[in-house]
Design a protein around this ligand. Structure first.
Ligand SMILES: [Zn+2]
Ligand SMILES: [Zn+2]
Length: 290
């Protein structure tokens, strides 16, 4: 019993310590997600200011500060809050004989580094695409995902405005993805994580990027804006363009739709006016049916 209590406390304290050391630059630069997130945000924000797609949109658009807070909440505060519980689960599964390597089908170690990272990136992105489809398809999940879709003026920081329950819903499939790949992240996984944060920021940014012919592989702001459209493109019942970093899955599975290249489409969803405007009320939103 004591062992479980220890895991809970150590998981929590370990994450607090790691976050604090990151703030003080006491961790390797490539593992510093605190300052990494700030740096990527400042770069993408500068692009928005220099080359805005919606020229009349304010630099501090509607809910800018709410979204900026969400970035730190979802990445750090929430991670600290649940770290102990995840450690506890790991220990519990281990006691049942289920380890991170029990599902391994591909051994990443046998691959050259670039292929290892590529497989890791593609598998994780697919798993997240699938989770995202489920968030739209099932009402019990959609209630939480509405927080992300309550964005009415789009900008980079909207990327990380999402209900904390999404962290929990994404976790099992992401873990299974890592388990299939041998049970641990490649040593250079930080490259994949930073690339994914950058693409996610760009997808939500007020910048006109389409990637030309690469648009069939990579998601982009024109495509993702239609994911946030108030009026779902015709023929797509639950939504279109579920892609996270890659647009590939939407083209493969027929869920891609870009009716026009238009920066000014109405965003949100029918009923968006019922979304509480402040963080604390959004925190407890979605647990009961409206
Ligand atoms: Zn969505
Ligand atoms: Zn989005």
């Amino acid at each position: 019993m004591l062992e479980y209590f220890d895991a809970l406390i150590n998981g929590f304290l370990g994450t607090v310590r790691w976050t604090w050391k990151s703030i003080l630059f006491e961790v390797p630069w490539y593992n510093n997600y605190f300052w990494g997130l700030i740096l990527i945000s400042l770069v993408v924000w500068s692009f928005e200011i220099l080359f805005p797609w919606r020229k009349e949109q304010s630099i501090f658009r509607k809910d800018f500060w709410l979204d900026a807070f969400y970035m730190f909440f979802n990445f750090f505060i929430f991670a600290i809050a649940v770290a102990g519980i995840y450690k506890l689960l790991e220990l519990g599964f281990g006691a049942l004989g289920i380890g991170m390597d029990s599902l391994a089908v591909i051994s990443l170690e046998a691959l050259p580094m670039w292929a290892e990272l590529l497989v890791f990136f593609v598998v994780l992105d697919f798993v997240q695409w699938l989770t995202h489809v489920a968030l739209h398809r099932f009402d019990i999940f959609w209630r939480f995902h509405k927080v992300h879709h309550s964005v009415e003026e789009m900008g980079f920081a909207a990327h990380l405005r999402y209900h904390w329950m999404e962290n929990i819903l994404y976790k099992p499939l992401k873990t299974i993805g890592v388990m299939l790949l041998g049970g641990f992240e490649p040593e250079q996984a930080f490259i994949v994580h930073f690339v994914a944060i950058s693409i996610g920021h760009l997808n939500h940014a007020n910048i006109h990027i389409t990637w030309g012919p690469l648009k069939y592989i990579f998601n982009n702001p024109v495509m993702h804006l239609w994911h946030h459209a108030y009026n779902i493109p015709s023929g797509k019942r639950y939504g279109a363009n579920y892609g996270i970093s890659l647009s590939l899955w939407d083209y493969l599975f027929g869920t891609a739709s870009i009716p026009e290249d238009n920066p000014d489409i109405k965003l949100g969803y029918p009923g968006v006016e019922k979304m509480p405007p402040n963080f604390w009320r959004q925190l407890v939103y979605g647990f009961k049916k409206e």
